[in-house]
Design a protein around this ligand. Structure first.
Ligand SMILES: [Zn+2]
Length: 336
């Protein structure tokens, strides 16, 4: 999401520098594979990394292991888009990449590069290719055109076909450690490190997600969700009522928070009343109150239920959002 922030001037974030160096070394040695799988959790800068790699490969005179920023290729990359760079992604976020979209790639891959260098394809995310699309891509991975590099971004490599995976070299990207992420976020948002740390926790330790939370007012949505949950506990509003106000929002985010909250409650209920460790520390009073009354078995069953619902959303099985949310909010009500 916030990866888009650096579309014009993609930067390699500090915690991915080592992986970057590795790729640059491979290129210098003429050992760059024709397919790379850029793998790692969401929100740590993989899309930016892929774009920086593309620009670096397309640049006519890279300098100090980076695109020069001035040549014709770099100018194209920064303005209208480079003709030798192809982005393959779902038509709409969350939808699959279809076989026709992969077929359209064929022409690009087997043609001559317009600027006479590399041709680069970014597939984002690779796990969104359906089976037919993945099979169509497989053929290209087996016999790619000359000087063609495919960059497959994946947040969930377990969902990518093994035959695809085995034809790519993996570039495993890891999330930064807490201190590095906190420092980086605090600098980006000019906030103190304590606030940055709390924001990171809510964003499941993903620095870019945390940045987006702040910049795209996801914190506003979170407040709305928390207020709804509190209202349900206090019988001020029904689960149905709250579901109605939330079902058009980003369900993936909401379920992620709900799951995190229930985990926090489970931790408290298990006797670890150390609130410092809570992900949603800012609502610790509500969490403590629920944890003191909640039946552990019910708590775990509810966590499972949220997990299943997240899978439905994640695998794009198009559940009825309002119904799904209403059911979960009833489950939340049951914790009282
Ligand atoms: Zn350049």
């Amino acid at each position: 999401m916030s990866d888009e922030l650096w579309q014009d001037h993609p930067v390699v974030l500090p915690w991915l520098k080592e992986r970057w160096q590795y790729l640059c070394d491979l290129k210098r040695q003429g050992r760059l594979p024709h397919a790379l799988m850029i793998n790692g959790p969401k929100g740590i800068g993989k899309a930016c990394f892929a774009l920086a790699t593309a620009n670096y490969l397309l640049c006519k005179s890279p300098k100090d292991d980076a695109a020069c920023g001035h040549c014709r290729s770099c100018e194209l990359a920064q303005s209208s888009g480079h003709p030798d760079l192809y982005h393959l992604q779902p038509d709409e976020p969350g939808k699959p990449i279809k076989v026709d979209q992969v077929r359209e790639l064929t022409e690009f891959i087997y043609s001559t590069a317009q600027q006479g260098g590399y041709r680069v394809v970014i597939i984002d995310p690779a796990e969104s290719m359906n089976v037919n699309a993945a099979n169509a891509l497989l053929k290209m991975l087996e016999e790619p055109g000359k000087d063609t590099v495919l960059l497959l971004i994946t947040h969930r490599s377990g969902q990518v076909m093994p035959t695809i995976k085995s034809r790519c070299q993996r570039v495993d990207c890891v999330a930064p450690d807490g201190e590095m992420a906190t420092q980086w976020l605090a600098t980006q948002l000019t906030m103190d490190s304590q606030d940055a740390e709390q924001l990171l926790r809510i964003a499941h330790n993903s620095p870019l997600q945390a940045l987006a939370y702040k910049q795209q007012d996801y914190l506003g949505l979170r407040s709305k969700v928390l207020a709804g949950l509190a209202d349900i506990l206090k019988n001020r509003r029904s689960a149905l009522d709250v579901a109605q106000t939330l079902h058009k929002e980003d369900l993936d985010l909401i379920l992620g928070w709900l799951y995190g909250l229930v985990n926090d409650i489970a931790r408290l209920a298990a006797g670890q009343e150390d609130t410092e460790l809570l992900r949603h520390k800012d609502v610790q009073n509500m969490l403590l109150a629920v944890s003191r009354r909640a039946d552990p078995q019910r708590l775990f069953a509810f966590a499972d239920e949220i997990h299943e619902a997240r899978k439905l959303v994640m695998f794009r099985l198009n559940p009825n959002k309002q119904l799904l949310l209403e059911k979960l909010l009833h489950g939340w009500q049951g914790l009282r």
